[in-house]
Design a protein around this ligand. Structure first.
Ligand SMILES: [Zn+2]
Length: 374
């Protein structure tokens, strides 16, 4: 294993931040996998999964079982890790700007459409190498001004030439679930089965350039742009793994999730066959459109009382929660708009008007535009 310490630009004189990446196997000798933990620095389950992954990857490397290179970033957001307000950690947004650490990555397509036309040819594998090189050039040309953008460029640069990218997050309180690209639905389902996930949410573009899409979306966009002219592969499977809820942090879950991720890496050809013990998942995993998720919204402020359990199948019109005004004692119901799976909700029991308090995954797409929360 090689350790790389990447220095981030100082936000102020005397303040330094570093990012650590751990490199297992050997670069440029086979496929590349990239895994990062807790890009939202207050989403702790991924940090413990990373600890288990590090130990297992070291063992697999010693046994010669890693094919190519596996890069593990065990704590992807040292900037967010240092932020707190009044005793509470703030790891989702950059306090200086209010911007989400998982939005605003570089949209590579405009740069690629400028730089690629004279460089593509009739060989798909050769085109993949050219596209990856052009992506790195585009990211090098990006001159971020803020420390947060410098971190984003660094993370995107480390992942953009990988075949498999796993971004480990969690929800507030939730079942295990994934976000994956629609063109990779089958691969997303395979990962879902490795992790006992109940649902994989699919989108081709979810809005505001989150990290996972920033390393994969240009592949199917280039396929469409050069259809009939040049063969272009889908060079990168990327996904956001939601490791249940914020408080689901223990060794039993982390060890199981690490084994599930490694089983998936073996399926993808990053580990020698037979490296990981696999069992058939007892959980049925469904792939559903992200456009079919109903983000339940509080119609008023008050006490949040849940009326359904996580994992419950609900129908359109069903009361999933109620908001109770403690001054009037009036209860306002919150209905699901879709038939689907109640898979996530807020961990707090006080809701403000307009706040998202839960999510139901339905089978029919009915939303468009920006599909993610702030
Ligand atoms: Zn997150």
């Amino acid at each position: 294993m090689n350790e790389h310490h990447h220095q981030l630009p100082a936000a102020a004189p005397g303040i330094e931040a570093h990012l650590l990446s751990l490199h297992f196997g050997a670069a440029a000798t086979g496929p590349k996998a990239y895994i990062q933990c807790a890009l939202h620095a207050d989403e702790i389950p991924g940090l413990l999964v990373g600890v288990h992954l590090r130990r297992e990857l070291a063992r697999l490397e010693a046994e010669g079982r890693i094919l190519g290179e596996v890069v593990l970033v065990p704590a992807a957001n040292p900037l967010g890790g240092a932020q707190a307000v009044l005793g509470g950690q703030i790891g989702r947004f950059d306090l200086a700007t209010g911007l989400n650490f998982n939005r605003g990555y570089r949209d590579l397509l405009p740069d690629l459409m400028q730089s690629l036309p004279q460089r593509l040819g009739p060989d798909a594998a050769a085109n993949t190498r050219v596209i990856r090189q052009a992506c790195q050039e585009a990211l090098q040309a990006w001159e971020p001004t803020s420390a947060a953008d410098a971190l984003k460029r660094l993370l995107q640069s480390m992942a953009v030439d990988a075949d498999t990218v796993l971004d480990l997050h969690c929800d507030s309180q939730a079942l295990m679930h994934l976000y994956a690209p629609t063109p990779w639905a089958d691969t997303g389902l395979a990962l879902g089965r490795c992790l006992d996930a109940r649902v994989v949410l699919l989108a081709k573009e979810s809005g505001d350039n989150p990290f996972d899409e920033s390393v994969s979306r240009h592949w199917w966009e280039l396929q469409a742009a050069y259809a009939g002219a040049h063969p272009i592969e889908l060079g990168c499977f990327s996904t956001t793994v939601e490791l249940r809820g914020e408080a689901d942090v223990n060794h039993e879950l982390a060890a199981r999730d690490a084994q599930g991720l490694l089983a998936f890496l073996e399926q993808r050809g990053h580990l020698a066959p037979g490296s990981i013990d696999r069992r058939d998942s007892p959980v049925v995993c469904e792939a559903l459109p992200l456009e079919g998720v109903d983000p339940l919204t509080a119609p008023c402020g008050g006490v949040l009382v849940l009326r359904c359990e996580l994992g419950q199948a609900v129908h359109a019109g069903q009361v999933v929660a109620e908001i109770i005004d403690p001054l009037s004692a009036q209860s306002t119901p919150v209905h699901s708009r879709v038939d689907g799976l109640f898979f996530a909700h807020s961990k707090t029991r006080w809701a403000l008007r307009g706040e998202r308090i839960g999510k139901v995954a339905g089978a029919q797409a009915f939303r468009s535009g920006k599909l993610l929360s702030l």
